[in-house]
Structure formats: C-alpha cells, structure tokens
Design a protein around this ligand. Structure first.
Ligand code: KG4
Ligand code: ZN
Length: 351
C-alpha cells in the first residue's frame, strides 16, 4: 500500500509517501519560521499564502524521492483539520485535486490523529496505549483504543504546553519559536534559583493548566533587572521547564492510574506533538514509565513536530478500514479526537 500525505495546518508545509509496511519513502518538510519570525508568532494569512506557493513543488519532490508516479498511489491523504483554516483549505484542495486526477480515494485526516498514530508507524505497537499529546495548540492525555477511537482522560483548561513555552521565550527575549530556544537556554540555567508554581499538582483528575505558570514567569521577569542578563534568562527558563516537567509528571501519573484501571491490557506510554521533542520532559516520562510498568515510547524528534509522514500513515490506517472521504469534505478548524469529552475552559470551546 502506498499513500501520499499532505500537511498544511500550521506553519510547516509538508508532503510524504508512506507504505503499508511502515516504510517512509519520502518525508519533505518546509518550515515557514523565517516568514513568521519578524511577527513573533504565526500569522495565519502569511501561512496560508506560503502553503499555496510551495505545496505543488513539495508534493512533486516527495513523489520524486519515493520514486513513484501518481498512478501507483493507493490514496491521497491530507490534514482536514484542526488548524489554521486557510492552510487546511490549501492542503485539502491539493489532495482532492490529485485524488480526482489520479482516480484514487481521498482521505481527510485529523491532524491530532496523525500525531496519535505516529507510534504505530515508528514502533508498530498495538492498541490500546496511553498518549500524552503536547503541541502548540493542545495538551491532552488520551487512551488510544483504535483508529478513530479515543477517550480523552485529561486536557488543558487554558493554554497548551507549547504555547506556554512560546510565551516564556518571548518574555525572556529568546524569540520564536519558543520551545527549542527555552530548552537550549535552560541547559545552562539553574532550575533551583527561581521556584515556580506546579499548576494542578495534587488536584483530582488529570487536566492540565499552564496560564498561571506563564503569569508567574511574567511577574518574575518583571521583577528582574532589564535587559535580562543571559544568566537570568537561562535560570528563568530552567525553572519554568522544571515546573512544566513536574506538573506534567503529576498529571501523567494520575492518567496512568486511570488508564490501567480501564484498559488493563495497555502496555505503552507514548508521547507526541512538538513539545515531545523536549528532553527534560522525555526524561521525566521515561522515569514515570519505568515506575509504573508502562514502556515509554517517543517517536524520533522529526516525527514529533509537524510532518506529513504521520498524515500519510494515518491515511494508511484509515484506508485499511475503508474509511475514505468524499470530495465534498469540508475542512474543519476544530475537530476534537474525542467528541464525547466534557467541555473545559472559559468559553467551553477547547477541542
Ligand atoms: O506539534 P507541533 O509541531 O505543532 C502543532 O501542531 O502545534 O508543536 C509545536 C510546538 C511549539 O509550541 C513549540 O514551541 C513546541 O512545540 N516545541 C517545543 C520543543 N520543540 C518544539 N517545546 C519544548 N521543547 C522543545 N524542544
Ligand atoms: Zn501538530
């Protein structure tokens, strides 16, 4: 089986070809970082235009690297949401056009399902497993029971984990994107100099919260001499990263208890999403995994951040089950993995 995947939901334009036997034949990613950097964050209109400008070339490049023609594909998959709608429209329209022209099925993939199923592409594990999905827009604990079958055990009641990293980077003058910059600065910092709150620690359930921590960092930074010295910035980042890892550890421990009680045959704790690239967080999760008897698995860094191999793979999984979509599929800015999960947050609209 050969599936072409297209990813355009955020600030990476990506195309990949993946086989039914878990081989990645091509995986091309074009980051738009330089286009958004002057604005300190992603500008949706710029993102959409940039996807439109580059997607055809990237698809051609992926097909060339895979060494196949469109006629050899079994399906064309694209992220159908959730994400920045202008970008999602570009990817979906491209995939529909290719599928129609080549006479192949079209598959609309939930971006979060792409992240959620990556461990089956990289490690070939069985359902069910417990997933921590931590990205720029989400922070959720999910029981992954099957393709299209997810039970959300916890989610953030305010900001996503990656969003907090990005804001802290901005406050400490490290620029955009925040996650990698904060991690790099934290490596030379003293995590014990500033003690920051561990949001939700000890609270019932396994929901997350990051806005209070973000605010504590803001107040701390405001109390320090300006401009922030390199050492102060490093110490703030180290303190922040330690607080995130500690808070997430508490929530994941509770999530594991819940998961084991409800899905006792589950064997794996998996992490996915851009924040999964963070080494301090990975180390914490490895420790929790060994304490609780779950094997911890993390895809390689390149497959944690946004990519199209995960979309092509989710396409493979869906195609096997006959879950194809029609060409009238409408892109979805919001698309929760577990539609039955309770609503949280102030407006009750978080996915
Ligand atoms: O999954 P992703 O690539 O895009 C979304 O779907 O959101 O995640 C991007 C997020 C950004 O907020 C970025 O700052 C964060 O992941 N991130 C990290 C690291 N690398 C990326 N956060 C912490 N440590 C990292 N090393
Ligand atoms: Zn993502």
């Amino acid at each position: 089986m050969l599936v072409l995947g297209i990813e355009t939901s955020c600030d990476e334009t990506a195309a990949a070809v993946v086989t039914g036997t878990r081989e990645i034949l091509a995986d091309v990613v074009l980051s738009q970082l330089d286009e958004h950097r002057p604005y300190g964050g992603i500008v949706p209109e710029i993102a959409a235009r940039s996807h439109l400008q580059h997607i055809d070339r990237l698809v051609a490049e992926a097909m060339k690297r895979a060494g196949i023609g469109f006629g050899e594909l079994d399906a064309v998959a694209a992220t159908g949401g959730p994400g920045l709608i202008g970008g999602v429209i570009v990817g979906v329209m491209t995939a529909k056009a290719l599928a129609l022209a080549a006479g192949k099925p079209f598959l609309a993939v939930n971006h979060l399902e792409g992240h959620a199923l990556t461990a089956r592409l990289t490690h070939g594990i069985d359902f069910p497993y417990l997933l921590l999905l931590a990205s720029g827009g989400h922070c959720q604990l999910l029981a992954v029971e099957g393709v299209g079958k997810y039970t959300r055990l916890g989610t953030t009641i305010d900001d996503a984990a990656g969003e907090a990293f990005d804001k802290v980077a901005k406050m400490t003058g490290l620029g955009y994107p925040g996650g990698p910059a904060v991690e790099k600065a934290a490596a030379t910092g003293d995590a014990r100099r500033f003690v920051l709150p561990r949001p939700m620690k000890g609270k019932p359930g396994c929901d997350f919260s990051f806005s209070g921590l973000k605010n504590a960092v803001r107040l701390l930074v405001e109390s320090l001499p300006r401009p922030l010295s390199e050492q102060d910035a490093a110490d703030v980042c180290a303190g922040f990263q330690a607080a995130v890892a500690d808070a997430v550890a508490d929530r994941v421990r509770r999530g594991i208890k819940d998961f084991k009680a409800r899905w006792p045959i589950g064997r794996h704790l998996v992490v996915a999403g851009g924040v999964a690239a963070n080494t301090a967080l990975r180390d914490t999760l490895i420790r929790i995994g060994s304490e609780t008897g779950l094997e911890f698995l993390a895809p390689p860094l390149k497959l944690c951040t946004d990519n199209a191999a995960m979309i092509a793979w989710a396409g493979v999984e869906r195609l096997r089950l006959g879950l194809v979509d029609q060409l009238d599929f409408a892109p979805r800015p919001r698309w929760p993995l577990d539609p039955h999960a309770k609503k949280v947050g102030f407006a009750g609209v978080k996915a």
